[in-house]
Design a protein around this ligand. Sequence first.
Ligand code: SAM
Length: 317
Amino acid sequence: SAITLLGPAEIRALAQRAGIRPTKTLGQNFVLDGGTVRKIVRQAGVTAGERVVEVGPGLGSLTLGLLEAGADVVAVEIDPVLARLLPGTVAAHVPGLTLDTDTDTDVGTDAAGAPDAPAPVVVLRDGDGRARLTIVTQDALTVTELPGPAPTALVANLPYNVSVPVLLTFLERFDSLERGLVMVQAEVADRLVAPPGSRTYGVPSAKVAWYAAARRTATVGRAVFWPAPHVDSALVRLDRREPPAATVSRQEVFAVVDAAFAQRRKMLRSALAGVAGSSAAAEVAVRAAGLDPQVRGEQVDVVGFARIAEALHAARP
Ligand code: SAM
Protein backbone atom coordinates (compact mmCIF):
# COMPACT_ATOMS: atom_id res chain seq x y z
CA SER A 1 0.00 0.00 0.00
CA ALA A 2 1.02 3.61 -0.32
CA ILE A 3 0.90 4.17 3.43
CA THR A 4 4.20 4.55 5.26
CA LEU A 5 4.69 4.26 9.01
CA LEU A 6 6.60 6.64 11.27
CA GLY A 7 10.25 5.89 11.92
CA PRO A 8 12.72 7.24 14.50
CA ALA A 9 14.03 10.11 12.37
CA GLU A 10 10.58 11.37 11.49
CA ILE A 11 9.29 11.10 15.06
CA ARG A 12 12.16 13.20 16.32
CA ALA A 13 11.78 15.70 13.47
CA LEU A 14 8.03 16.03 14.08
CA ALA A 15 8.51 16.55 17.78
CA GLN A 16 11.27 19.07 17.24
CA ARG A 17 9.35 21.07 14.62
CA ALA A 18 6.28 21.25 16.87
CA GLY A 19 8.36 21.97 19.98
CA ILE A 20 7.04 18.85 21.70
CA ARG A 21 8.76 17.69 24.86
CA PRO A 22 7.09 14.42 25.85
CA THR A 23 5.69 14.54 29.36
CA LYS A 24 5.82 11.73 31.86
CA THR A 25 2.59 12.77 33.56
CA LEU A 26 0.69 12.09 30.31
CA GLY A 27 2.61 8.86 29.70
CA GLN A 28 4.01 10.15 26.43
CA ASN A 29 6.30 7.48 24.99
CA PHE A 30 6.03 7.24 21.24
CA VAL A 31 6.60 4.04 19.27
CA LEU A 32 9.50 4.35 16.82
CA ASP A 33 9.32 0.88 15.38
CA GLY A 34 7.02 -0.14 12.53
CA GLY A 35 7.45 -3.82 13.40
CA THR A 36 5.93 -3.25 16.84
CA VAL A 37 3.08 -1.24 15.35
CA ARG A 38 2.26 -3.98 12.85
CA LYS A 39 2.43 -6.63 15.56
CA ILE A 40 -0.12 -4.70 17.65
CA VAL A 41 -2.44 -4.30 14.67
CA ARG A 42 -2.07 -7.97 13.69
CA GLN A 43 -2.70 -9.24 17.22
CA ALA A 44 -5.74 -6.98 17.47
CA GLY A 45 -7.21 -8.88 14.52
CA VAL A 46 -8.21 -5.60 12.84
CA THR A 47 -10.02 -6.04 9.53
CA ALA A 48 -10.44 -3.62 6.64
CA GLY A 49 -13.44 -1.35 7.13
CA GLU A 50 -13.62 -2.05 10.86
CA ARG A 51 -14.21 0.90 13.18
CA VAL A 52 -11.46 1.05 15.81
CA VAL A 53 -11.06 3.39 18.77
CA GLU A 54 -7.54 4.42 19.75
CA VAL A 55 -6.80 6.19 23.03
CA GLY A 56 -3.77 8.49 22.92
CA PRO A 57 -2.70 8.56 19.25
CA GLY A 58 0.24 10.79 20.16
CA LEU A 59 2.31 11.47 17.04
CA GLY A 60 0.37 8.86 15.07
CA SER A 61 2.61 5.76 15.06
CA LEU A 62 -0.17 3.27 15.77
CA THR A 63 -2.87 5.34 14.05
CA LEU A 64 -1.02 4.93 10.74
CA GLY A 65 -0.69 1.17 11.32
CA LEU A 66 -4.45 0.93 11.88
CA LEU A 67 -5.15 2.97 8.75
CA GLU A 68 -2.71 0.79 6.82
CA ALA A 69 -4.78 -2.26 7.83
CA GLY A 70 -7.85 -0.53 6.40
CA ALA A 71 -9.50 0.35 9.73
CA ASP A 72 -11.46 3.55 10.24
CA VAL A 73 -10.12 5.13 13.40
CA VAL A 74 -11.64 7.33 16.07
CA ALA A 75 -8.77 8.64 18.19
CA VAL A 76 -9.09 10.34 21.59
CA GLU A 77 -6.10 12.48 22.57
CA ILE A 78 -5.91 14.62 25.70
CA ASP A 79 -3.00 16.77 24.55
CA PRO A 80 -4.24 19.51 22.19
CA VAL A 81 -0.76 20.06 20.75
CA LEU A 82 -0.56 16.42 19.62
CA ALA A 83 -4.18 16.38 18.47
CA ARG A 84 -3.58 19.43 16.28
CA LEU A 85 -0.46 17.91 14.75
CA LEU A 86 -2.07 14.56 13.86
CA PRO A 87 -4.15 15.49 10.77
CA GLY A 88 -1.11 16.89 8.98
CA THR A 89 1.02 13.84 9.80
CA VAL A 90 -1.68 11.41 8.69
CA ALA A 91 -2.48 13.36 5.51
CA ALA A 92 1.23 13.27 4.62
CA HIS A 93 1.33 9.46 5.03
CA VAL A 94 -2.07 8.37 3.72
CA PRO A 95 -2.73 9.63 0.20
CA GLY A 96 -6.16 10.96 -0.72
CA LEU A 97 -7.46 12.13 2.67
CA THR A 98 -8.98 15.57 3.13
CA LEU A 99 -9.74 17.56 6.25
CA ASP A 100 -13.18 18.40 7.54
CA THR A 101 -13.78 20.20 10.82
CA ASP A 102 -17.01 19.49 12.63
CA THR A 103 -17.22 21.40 15.87
CA ASP A 104 -20.90 20.53 16.37
CA THR A 105 -20.40 16.90 17.24
CA ASP A 106 -21.32 16.38 20.86
CA VAL A 107 -19.22 13.60 22.29
CA GLY A 108 -20.65 14.05 25.78
CA THR A 109 -18.90 14.23 29.11
CA ASP A 110 -19.59 12.35 32.29
CA ALA A 111 -21.14 13.91 35.36
CA ALA A 112 -17.74 14.85 36.75
CA GLY A 113 -16.48 15.77 33.29
CA ALA A 114 -15.03 19.21 32.97
CA PRO A 115 -16.29 21.17 29.96
CA ASP A 116 -19.91 21.05 28.95
CA ALA A 117 -19.01 22.54 25.58
CA PRO A 118 -18.72 19.99 22.79
CA ALA A 119 -15.18 18.84 22.22
CA PRO A 120 -13.81 19.81 18.82
CA VAL A 121 -13.84 16.89 16.43
CA VAL A 122 -11.65 16.77 13.34
CA VAL A 123 -12.37 14.31 10.55
CA LEU A 124 -10.17 13.12 7.69
CA ARG A 125 -12.18 11.66 4.80
CA ASP A 126 -11.18 9.64 1.80
CA GLY A 127 -12.26 10.35 -1.81
CA ASP A 128 -15.60 8.61 -1.22
CA GLY A 129 -16.37 10.80 1.80
CA ARG A 130 -15.72 7.97 4.24
CA ALA A 131 -14.40 9.12 7.63
CA ARG A 132 -11.05 7.32 7.93
CA LEU A 133 -9.80 9.21 10.97
CA THR A 134 -11.83 11.13 13.55
CA ILE A 135 -9.86 12.98 16.21
CA VAL A 136 -11.47 13.90 19.52
CA THR A 137 -9.42 16.20 21.75
CA GLN A 138 -10.47 15.17 25.22
CA ASP A 139 -9.49 13.22 28.32
CA ALA A 140 -10.51 9.64 27.43
CA LEU A 141 -11.81 9.15 30.98
CA THR A 142 -14.51 11.79 30.40
CA VAL A 143 -15.70 10.56 26.99
CA THR A 144 -19.21 9.12 27.22
CA GLU A 145 -20.02 9.04 23.51
CA LEU A 146 -17.91 8.64 20.44
CA PRO A 147 -18.77 10.33 17.14
CA GLY A 148 -19.63 8.18 14.12
CA PRO A 149 -20.25 4.42 13.89
CA ALA A 150 -19.74 2.35 17.06
CA PRO A 151 -16.21 0.91 17.29
CA THR A 152 -15.78 -2.86 17.57
CA ALA A 153 -12.17 -2.81 18.79
CA LEU A 154 -10.01 -0.79 21.18
CA VAL A 155 -6.41 -0.69 20.03
CA ALA A 156 -4.05 1.51 22.01
CA ASN A 157 -0.65 2.09 23.43
CA LEU A 158 -2.20 3.29 26.65
CA PRO A 159 -0.89 6.18 28.73
CA TYR A 160 0.69 4.30 31.66
CA ASN A 161 -0.60 6.37 34.53
CA VAL A 162 -4.26 5.79 33.55
CA SER A 163 -4.09 2.51 31.63
CA VAL A 164 -6.33 0.44 33.94
CA PRO A 165 -9.04 3.11 34.42
CA VAL A 166 -9.11 3.85 30.68
CA LEU A 167 -9.44 0.17 29.86
CA LEU A 168 -12.23 -0.44 32.40
CA THR A 169 -14.03 2.76 31.41
CA PHE A 170 -14.02 1.87 27.72
CA LEU A 171 -15.17 -1.71 28.30
CA GLU A 172 -17.97 -0.37 30.48
CA ARG A 173 -19.10 2.55 28.31
CA PHE A 174 -18.80 1.05 24.86
CA ASP A 175 -20.72 -2.21 24.57
CA SER A 176 -19.89 -2.37 20.89
CA LEU A 177 -16.26 -3.19 21.71
CA GLU A 178 -15.77 -6.91 21.03
CA ARG A 179 -11.99 -6.98 21.19
CA GLY A 180 -9.07 -5.03 22.54
CA LEU A 181 -5.34 -5.04 22.09
CA VAL A 182 -3.55 -2.74 24.48
CA MET A 183 0.06 -2.05 25.26
CA VAL A 184 0.66 -1.42 28.96
CA GLN A 185 3.54 -1.69 31.43
CA ALA A 186 4.61 -5.33 31.67
CA GLU A 187 3.74 -5.40 35.37
CA VAL A 188 0.25 -4.03 34.68
CA ALA A 189 -0.20 -6.64 31.94
CA ASP A 190 0.59 -9.34 34.51
CA ARG A 191 -2.07 -7.96 36.81
CA LEU A 192 -4.67 -7.70 34.05
CA VAL A 193 -4.33 -11.37 33.10
CA ALA A 194 -3.56 -12.90 36.51
CA PRO A 195 -5.66 -15.89 37.58
CA PRO A 196 -6.99 -16.19 41.17
CA GLY A 197 -4.41 -17.46 43.62
CA SER A 198 -1.48 -15.92 41.76
CA ARG A 199 0.73 -13.27 43.29
CA THR A 200 -0.40 -10.51 40.94
CA TYR A 201 -4.14 -11.27 41.09
CA GLY A 202 -6.11 -8.28 42.34
CA VAL A 203 -8.82 -5.74 41.63
CA PRO A 204 -7.80 -5.05 37.99
CA SER A 205 -7.68 -8.79 37.21
CA ALA A 206 -11.13 -9.46 38.65
CA LYS A 207 -12.71 -6.37 37.09
CA VAL A 208 -11.28 -6.92 33.61
CA ALA A 209 -12.47 -10.54 33.84
CA TRP A 210 -16.01 -9.25 34.32
CA TYR A 211 -15.92 -7.92 30.76
CA ALA A 212 -13.42 -9.98 28.87
CA ALA A 213 -11.02 -12.88 28.65
CA ALA A 214 -7.53 -11.36 28.82
CA ARG A 215 -4.22 -12.85 27.79
CA ARG A 216 -0.72 -11.49 27.55
CA THR A 217 0.51 -11.94 23.99
CA ALA A 218 3.97 -10.33 23.86
CA THR A 219 6.65 -8.44 25.74
CA VAL A 220 7.88 -5.18 24.23
CA GLY A 221 11.28 -3.79 25.18
CA ARG A 222 11.85 -0.15 26.01
CA ALA A 223 14.04 0.53 22.99
CA VAL A 224 11.04 0.78 20.64
CA PHE A 225 9.94 4.01 22.34
CA TRP A 226 11.04 7.60 22.35
CA PRO A 227 11.70 8.57 25.01
CA ALA A 228 12.54 5.10 26.34
CA PRO A 229 10.49 4.34 29.47
CA HIS A 230 12.13 2.86 32.58
CA VAL A 231 10.14 -0.37 32.37
CA ASP A 232 9.27 -2.97 29.77
CA SER A 233 5.84 -3.11 28.21
CA ALA A 234 3.57 -5.95 27.17
CA LEU A 235 0.61 -6.53 24.87
CA VAL A 236 -2.70 -7.74 26.24
CA ARG A 237 -5.45 -9.12 24.03
CA LEU A 238 -9.02 -8.88 25.32
CA ASP A 239 -12.04 -10.75 24.02
CA ARG A 240 -15.42 -9.62 25.28
CA ARG A 241 -17.58 -12.21 26.96
CA GLU A 242 -20.97 -12.25 28.64
CA PRO A 243 -20.83 -10.86 32.20
CA PRO A 244 -20.81 -13.75 34.69
CA ALA A 245 -23.93 -12.58 36.54
CA ALA A 246 -27.32 -11.64 35.22
CA THR A 247 -29.28 -10.89 38.38
CA VAL A 248 -27.04 -8.22 39.94
CA SER A 249 -25.51 -5.08 38.55
CA ARG A 250 -21.88 -4.67 37.68
CA GLN A 251 -21.67 -2.03 40.46
CA GLU A 252 -22.80 -4.51 43.11
CA VAL A 253 -20.23 -7.07 42.00
CA PHE A 254 -17.45 -4.47 41.86
CA ALA A 255 -18.36 -3.30 45.39
CA VAL A 256 -17.73 -6.86 46.59
CA VAL A 257 -14.44 -7.04 44.63
CA ASP A 258 -13.24 -3.71 46.08
CA ALA A 259 -14.14 -4.78 49.62
CA ALA A 260 -12.52 -8.20 49.23
CA PHE A 261 -9.20 -6.68 48.21
CA ALA A 262 -9.29 -3.58 50.45
CA GLN A 263 -8.01 -5.86 53.18
CA ARG A 264 -6.13 -8.40 51.18
CA ARG A 265 -4.96 -10.51 54.10
CA LYS A 266 -8.41 -10.87 55.63
CA MET A 267 -10.73 -13.80 55.17
CA LEU A 268 -13.84 -13.03 53.11
CA ARG A 269 -16.19 -13.17 56.06
CA SER A 270 -14.39 -10.22 57.70
CA ALA A 271 -13.41 -8.37 54.53
CA LEU A 272 -17.04 -8.34 53.34
CA ALA A 273 -18.58 -7.45 56.71
CA GLY A 274 -18.98 -3.82 55.59
CA VAL A 275 -20.81 -4.50 52.32
CA ALA A 276 -22.87 -7.29 53.91
CA GLY A 277 -23.81 -5.38 57.06
CA SER A 278 -22.08 -7.81 59.42
CA SER A 279 -19.53 -10.60 59.27
CA ALA A 280 -22.33 -13.08 60.01
CA ALA A 281 -24.28 -11.86 56.96
CA ALA A 282 -21.07 -11.97 54.91
CA GLU A 283 -20.49 -15.55 55.99
CA VAL A 284 -24.02 -16.56 54.94
CA ALA A 285 -23.56 -14.96 51.50
CA VAL A 286 -20.14 -16.51 50.95
CA ARG A 287 -21.51 -19.94 51.85
CA ALA A 288 -24.54 -19.40 49.60
CA ALA A 289 -22.09 -18.69 46.79
CA GLY A 290 -20.58 -22.11 47.39
CA LEU A 291 -17.35 -20.74 48.83
CA ASP A 292 -15.52 -21.23 52.09
CA PRO A 293 -15.87 -18.07 54.29
CA GLN A 294 -12.28 -18.60 55.41
CA VAL A 295 -10.83 -18.03 51.94
CA ARG A 296 -9.26 -14.71 51.01
CA GLY A 297 -10.36 -12.54 48.12
CA GLU A 298 -7.17 -13.32 46.25
CA GLN A 299 -8.40 -16.90 45.80
CA VAL A 300 -11.80 -16.02 44.32
CA ASP A 301 -12.54 -15.53 40.62
CA VAL A 302 -15.03 -13.06 39.18
CA VAL A 303 -17.72 -15.75 38.98
CA GLY A 304 -17.32 -16.30 42.74
CA PHE A 305 -17.56 -12.55 43.42
CA ALA A 306 -20.66 -12.39 41.24
CA ARG A 307 -22.28 -15.25 43.19
CA ILE A 308 -21.50 -13.52 46.49
CA ALA A 309 -23.03 -10.29 45.17
CA GLU A 310 -26.11 -12.24 44.07
CA ALA A 311 -26.46 -13.80 47.52
CA LEU A 312 -26.09 -10.40 49.21
CA HIS A 313 -28.63 -8.95 46.81
CA ALA A 314 -31.11 -11.73 47.48
CA ALA A 315 -30.69 -11.31 51.26
CA ARG A 316 -31.37 -7.56 51.14
CA PRO A 317 -34.84 -6.62 52.47
N1 SAM B 1 -0.15 5.96 20.35
C1 SAM B 1 1.10 6.68 20.39
C2 SAM B 1 2.24 5.72 20.10
O1 SAM B 1 2.02 4.53 20.16
O2 SAM B 1 3.33 6.20 19.80
C3 SAM B 1 1.33 7.39 21.73
C4 SAM B 1 1.21 6.51 22.96
S1 SAM B 1 1.69 7.30 24.47
C5 SAM B 1 2.19 5.89 25.43
C6 SAM B 1 0.17 7.73 25.28
C7 SAM B 1 -0.65 8.85 24.62
O3 SAM B 1 -1.85 9.05 25.39
C8 SAM B 1 0.02 10.21 24.56
O4 SAM B 1 -0.19 10.76 23.28
C9 SAM B 1 -0.71 11.06 25.62
O5 SAM B 1 -0.75 12.44 25.34
C10 SAM B 1 -2.09 10.44 25.57
N2 SAM B 1 -2.89 10.55 26.82
C11 SAM B 1 -2.45 10.60 28.10
N3 SAM B 1 -3.47 10.65 28.96
C12 SAM B 1 -4.62 10.62 28.21
C13 SAM B 1 -6.01 10.64 28.52
N4 SAM B 1 -6.44 10.69 29.79
N5 SAM B 1 -6.89 10.63 27.50
C14 SAM B 1 -6.47 10.57 26.21
N6 SAM B 1 -5.17 10.54 25.86
C15 SAM B 1 -4.25 10.56 26.83
